[in-house]
Write a protein that binds this ligand. Structure first.
Ligand code: ZN
Length: 397
């Protein structure tokens, strides 16, 4: 007969083991808050019934009533990171990361570095994410890569039959400028639905948010379909995919005064003058709320980085100025940049490395201290792009 009741007190759930040992076979998991009868209480383990079998759970992750006094646990030990392993494996396999990159990820996460991401890898990634303040979903996307200090600048997809190192037909080895492809794709202003269609077409996770993985997958798709493999999903690529793009409605005014620069500051350390377009135009009145929101977030970044002045390399960009830039560089300059919405800033801080600014902004967003949005680093040009487009996760490049 039962000795007492135990209620699980572990956020990620509590593993049920076949024997009273963490190394023994896992029978399953009890979710947080579950109350079960226990039949014995020995050396920190409670014997329970689980799916008709005898099982054991760690007492320190429970509150017990009846029997001996329940010792209440800390938060380390046999807790379980709960996530959908199969979904994570599927996601990871679609990353188009090179085998080498997977080996690096695996060794970071503490999994066998065989270059082939399976369940073990997903679990190790989830553990790693959990212990590094990330969402423990086992999916190694851009955020996790970034946090691991790795990058997927080269998209490699090789045929499983490739043996001699030569590129066989049906396999692609595509190297693209990921940063510029991501910035380009984001500036296309396609709706999330359009992006989901594109992502499905190139077999990446269809989250409607084009990041580095999407760019890499597009490049591979372009290569296979006889297009220039640059990862940029412009008109030609769309046409070949048979996808009709819908674009978000633009908030840009058709005309505005170029002399109407509001006087003074936007926030304590940012002025309207700093955010003026390089073509001379002021931030249009209907976009100023967005620019103010951006600056409020930049104030937090400024303070976090020691209160040094932030240089605005590029703030607002008018449609006319953008078109001018596009005439010179139709590929590199995007049709609709977040700068045109007045919610983006390319920033630089004297004496602070791009990496440091990027990582600080990333973490501030993660901890909810600033708004997440778009975040790109441009190491050679020495600036970081930050925009407050919103979203529940960062779009990084
Ligand atoms: Zn930018």
């Amino acid at each position: 007969m039962a000795e007492g009741k135990a209620t699980v007190d572990a956020n990620g759930g509590l593993n049920v083991r076949q024997k009273a040992s963490k190394d023994s076979k896992k029978l399953g998991t009890l979710s947080n808050g579950t109350t079960v009868d226990y039949y014995s209480d020995n050396s920190g383990w409670l014997q329970i019934k689980y799916s008709g079998k005898t099982g054991y759970i760690m007492k320190s992750y429970t509150h017990t009533t009846g029997g001996a006094t329940g010792a209440q646990g800390s938060s380390k030990g046999d807790t379980n990171v709960k996530f959908d392993v199969d979904k994570a494996v599927e996601y990871n396999k679609k990353r188009n990361y090179s085998k080498d990159l997977w080996k690096q990820i695996q060794s970071k996460a503490g999994a066998t570095a065989d270059g082939a991401p399976g369940k073990e890898t997903a679990k190790a990634i989830a553990q790693w994410q959990g212990s590094h303040g990330l969402t423990a979903d086992g999916m190694c996307g851009a955020g996790t890569l970034q946090a691991m200090g790795l990058s997927s600048s080269t998209a490699t997809e090789s045929s499983s039959k490739k043996e001699d190192g030569k590129t066989s037909s049906g396999s692609a080895n595509v190297s693209i400028d990921v940063s510029s492809a991501v910035e380009f794709n984001n500036s296309l202003n396609y709706t999330s639905d359009t992006w989901k269609k594109i992502q499905a077409k190139v077999s990446v996770h269809a989250d409607g948010d084009p990041g580095p993985n999407t760019a890499n997958a597009i490049a591979i798709w372009q290569n296979k379909n006889g297009l220039k493999a640059d990862g940029k999903c412009g008109d030609k690529t769309l046409a070949k995919m048979g996808i009709k793009a819908k674009t978000k409605t633009s908030s840009n005014p058709s005309s505005y005064s170029t002399t109407d620069v509001p006087k003074g500051n936007i926030t304590a350390h940012f002025t309207w003058d700093q955010f003026k377009c390089k073509g001379g135009e002021a931030v249009p009145s209907n976009l100023r709320d967005g620019t103010r929101r951006l600056c409020q977030n930049l104030e937090v970044v400024r303070e976090e980085l020691g209160g040094k002045p932030i240089k605005i390399v590029c703030g607002y960009r008018s449609k006319a100025y953008n078109e001018k830039l596009r005439e010179k560089d139709p590929v590199g300059v995007a049709k609709h940049s977040k700068h045109m919405d007045g919610i983006a800033a390319d920033i630089r801080i004297e004496g602070v490395k791009v990496e440091k600014i990027y990582n600080t902004i990333y973490q501030l967003g993660k901890s909810g201290k600033i708004k997440k949005g778009g975040l790109g680093k441009y190491v050679s040009s020495n600036f970081v792009h930050y925009d407050v487009r919103g979203g529940s996760s960062w779009t990084t490049w």
